[in-house]
Design a protein around this ligand. Sequence first.
Ligand code: SAM
Length: 279
Amino acid sequence: MPDTLEPGLYIVATPIGNLGDLAPRAADILARADVLAVEDSRVTAKLLQHIGVRRPMLPYHDHNADRVRPELIARMTAEAVALVSDAGTPLISDPGYKLVRDARAAGIAVTTLPGPCAAIAALTLAGLPTDRFLFAGFLPSKAKARSDAIAELAALRATLVFYESGPRLGAALAALAEGLGDREAAVAREISKTFEQTVTGTLSDLSARYADSPPKGEIVIVVAPPGEAEAASEDDVDAALREALTRLPPAKAAGEVAKATGADRRELYARAMAIKDCR
Ligand code: SAM
């Protein structure tokens, strides 16, 4: 393997706890990059020490990103720049998307080194549906903004994933129970670390558990999708169809009622024709 990397931007995922989770290819890129764009050089220095390398580091975080980005983009034309965050996948509740956007706009090659991400790891622990999920990041800390944010998500038929901190956990769970109803949920804590723990239960159980005993460490909350709406009764469907037929032709009436009740459109059409013939 050549010592030098092709110039460009390398997005490197790093462990969320256990340093042994650093992928060999990620370690190789970190060892050979010309410069590492890092959130906190003290955190990344520990990772570099773990793999026995020293590389130049340039801070890239929320407070200096706009100022530093043009310099980083300029360097990428001739050098390999690796972006890492303190833990996990850069860009996921971490800085980086504008760097990728500007690199692409400048025609610079962008490569990702996929790896740990707390949201995905928590989904694998929660035992809740994973076919559709929405990552909602951190909820706002002020009560009104938080309940507004939760209300926006309430009707979504997807598992919800939130990042949270110990001191805010009880309030967040109580607000989720209030805004979403008493759904099944999981609190995954300190994933891949010594005191890893996943607690499952309803939102109200979890909120009671953590109300007066905020846990230590890093936390992901996973919340089940809303339960299936109760199926409309046959009488309700029939009544809706009769009403729709007073305004619409049978095909349109069947379509409207199918959409509203989830009943089968073809069966509704047949029924609509039968009602119409009896009139
Ligand atoms: N980019 C990271 C990722 O890919 O997961 C997330 C960065 S975000 C600033 C940090 C938040 O991720 C923490 O507050 C916590 O909610 C979650 N987190 C990070 N590491 C975790 C871990 N080991 N266990 C549980 N949650 C974790």
